[in-house]
Design a protein around this ligand. Structure first.
Ligand code: RP5
Length: 166
């Protein structure tokens, strides 16, 4: 999976976009696209809480030092990626349930949203709307200390007022 931040001239990655399988990219590319529109660099990776758990821990161990401020996790089925990520970092974690299973994402929604008290995952809608909103919410978190991102968000609001859909 390409790492957007590594593309020449791209903004340094402030957001990590993780997904449990390459098959999730069809949905999660929406988060990547919205972050790009907002001028936010992202580091996009396929890392599974089930299939590559050690890779996940290694990624999270150095994430803050590499400048990551928010982690977005998309996963379907028995979706543990966001929860395991939240267990291993103090960075805010946003979860996107993917509709990749016979239960059409309801399983992933419940697995992602029903975290025990003290280990929060900010859970968005199932599918592409959730991926888009995770990107906007991540940008809103960054905008608390990054006025350039804030201006991009204001511009987005104005365009939506004029009828543009994200
Ligand atoms: C989950 O299982 C992934 O997040 C994906 O949504 C789903 C199916 O994965 P693949 O079998 O397509 O790799 O872990």
């Amino acid at each position: 999976m390409a790492t957007t931040a590594k593309k020449r001239g791209a903004a340094p990655a402030q957001v990590a976009v993780l997904m449990g399988s390459a098959s999730d990219h069809e949905v999660m590319r929406a988060a990547e696209q919205v972050l790009g529109e907002l001028g936010v660099g992202c580091d996009v990776r396929v890392i599974s809480a089930h299939r590559t758990p050690e890779r996940l821990l290694a990624f999270l161990a150095g994430a803050e030092e590499r400048g990551i401020e928010v982690v977005i996790c998309g996963a379907g089925g028995a979706a543990h990626l966001a929860g395991v990520t939240a267990a291993h970092t103090l960075l805010p974690v946003l979860g996107v349930p993917i509709d990749s299973s016979p239960l059409q994402g309801l399983d992933a929604l419940l697995a992602t949203v029903q975290m025990p008290g003290g280990i929060p995952v900010g859970t968005l809608a199932i599918g592409k709307a959730g991926a888009k909103n995770a990107a906007v919410l991540a940008a809103q978190i960054l905008a608390l200390s990054d006025s350039a991102v804030g201006r991009k968000l204001e511009d987005l609001k104005r365009r939506m007022e004029s009828g543009q859909k994200l």
